[in-house]
Design a protein around this ligand. Sequence first.
Ligand SMILES: NC(=O)c1ccc[n+]([C@@H]2O[C@H](COP(=O)([O-])OP(=O)(O)OC[C@H]3O[C@@H](n4cnc5c(N)ncnc54)[C@H](OP(=O)(O)O)[C@@H]3O)[C@@H](O)[C@H]2O)c1
Length: 290
Amino acid sequence: MKSRTFAIIGCGKVGVTLAWHLAHIGYLPIGFASRRAASAHAAAESAGGGRVCRDPWEAAANADLVFITTPDATIAFIAECLAEHKGLKRGAVVLHCSGALSSEIIATVRRCGAHAGSLHPLQSFAAPTYPENPFRGIVMAGEGDDEALDLARAIASGFQAAFLKIETAHKTLYHAAAVAASNYLVTLLAASTRLLEGSGIAPENTLQVLLPLVRGTLNNIEKRGVADALTGPIARGDVATVEAHCRKIEQSLPDLLPFYQVLGRYTLPLAQGKVSADKLRELAALLGRS
Ligand SMILES: NC(=O)c1ccc[n+]([C@@H]2O[C@H](COP(=O)([O-])OP(=O)(O)OC[C@H]3O[C@@H](n4cnc5c(N)ncnc54)[C@H](OP(=O)(O)O)[C@@H]3O)[C@@H](O)[C@H]2O)c1
């Protein structure tokens, strides 16, 4: 069977990573374009071939698959340029990798008879990543036209990633979920670190204290599910302890009191069924708006 050809527009961390791994699962690199020629050359070199073009529509013109991997704010503009210059084959699939935006932002490519989709790797790329496979075992979420979805699913499978189909209308909520789980975990640990330092633990030791606890919690979540993994004072209905926490935080790190309280309020429903209604009401009063 003839290999599918691909082009990459926007040769940064994700573009170069995709180029290398697509080439290694049998897709043929044929075109690269980026803001700076040096970036496109680096991508072509990593993929082991393909023409470096000044304009995106030259790079994409003969490709079966076009990845637009520019920053999110530029994706729609690139799609518009491709359509405007008739720089796409009829039947080509155009994918972008943004988690926050849906395929609708590249709907203009349909004017050339191309198919629009998005394929978001739920992974963080701090640099182009190869030969190590950063896609193995992760989720790649896709949405868009049927033809785009079919190819997105095949790419995820080739990369040994799990494919997750998202409804186009719900892409923003999907991305908010990813931000809450990943970015806000960092926020959570930043707050927890400050509380620990307030308790006298040296800054260089805080991660050593917190990480085993966090890993243990993740383990419990994996084994028992989110609702059953909750332990601690709220799960026990221990009003006195929560009251002591609030008082001490207010004295020592008052800006963190609303943070502690709001997370506590969202923890209360997880304790329902384990703790009496009276205790839940007392806890809710303590965790009310400060
Ligand atoms: N990094 C991550 O962790 C991650 C994870 C999942 C999804 N994504 C998504 O992947 C996409 C790419 O992100 P990234 O992290 O790879 O960004 P990046 O490293 O900043 O790369 C973007 C590339 O696009 C090029 N570019 C900028 N404006 C352009 C234009 N007008 N025309 C052509 N090329 C242009 C840049 O050019 P030059 O180098 O040529 O100057 C840069 O190399 C985004 O949609 C992002 O949301 C990123």
